[in-house]
Design a protein around this ligand. Sequence first.
Ligand code: NAP
Length: 257
Amino acid sequence: MPEQERKTVLILGGTAEARELAAELVGSGVDVLTSLAGRVREPARPSGRLRIGGFGGVDGLSAFLTEQQIAAVVDATHPFAAKIGSNASAAATRTGTPLLRLERPGWVDHPLARTWTWVPDAAGAIAAAATARHPFLTTGRRSAEAFLPWADRAAVIRLVDPPGFPLPAAWTLIIARGPYRYEDELQLMIEFRVDALITKDSGGTHTVAKLEAAAELGVPVVIIERPARPAGSATTGVAGAVDWCRAQLHRRSARRS
Ligand code: NAP
């Protein structure tokens, strides 16, 4: 395929924002290919084309961008998916492919943010909530193992899919997928006598209710900060990403004529 025919937008997905962007672009006639890592057993299916699985690092992603004649990439992955973000940045630079980061705002500006204990990682959370007997863990499957030092505590852990290892007998596993309602979060924290909420700065509205329920019940919140992302073009809203994609495609077609 000649270079000038590039018109596919690659969305690195796994978030609600990625699906919204795909729907908007497909609705306006853009060829969209969404990529998912394949971590979730039954992922919500985005509009447009879909591929699933890792690319094989920066080399694999660079080759993919060239072979698939990708016109532009939007990294709409989760704020805590830092590896794919740095791979995308390196591959985009290497292949000269325009890249935009679409990232929902964090909770740093939430009115309650100053009442929470901010920590850099799971080890920091364990130290910050050292006295908790009924911690509520909502930091996701990948970090679950880091909390095994709390095997003797009556922890409640909420995940989208079961973890890949046996959980301590004292823990309660809840399999669920947001969005979560304030009343339900309140009920859950009362039922399990939660005395510390451990979360990460995912941002957005789907999972914010637990923070407000914790405040209502006087439950301390320990929140893991977002990892650093490579510098580059970025936007916090789907509308901005749609405009950016259209501008990239327009620029390519203008160069052709
Ligand atoms: P990560 O640590 O940044 O990435 C690890 C590896 O997974 C990458 O090097 C890449 O493999 C592959 N990968 C990640 N995202 C991919 C994508 N969209 N398409 C193809 N390959 C991808 O990522 P993670 O934290 O494991 O998260 C995996 C996916 O789950 C992300 O796409 C993210 O949007 C979604 N997610 C993550 C979280 C979270 O808390 N981390 C929460 C909700 C959703 P190769 O090097 O082989 O290309």
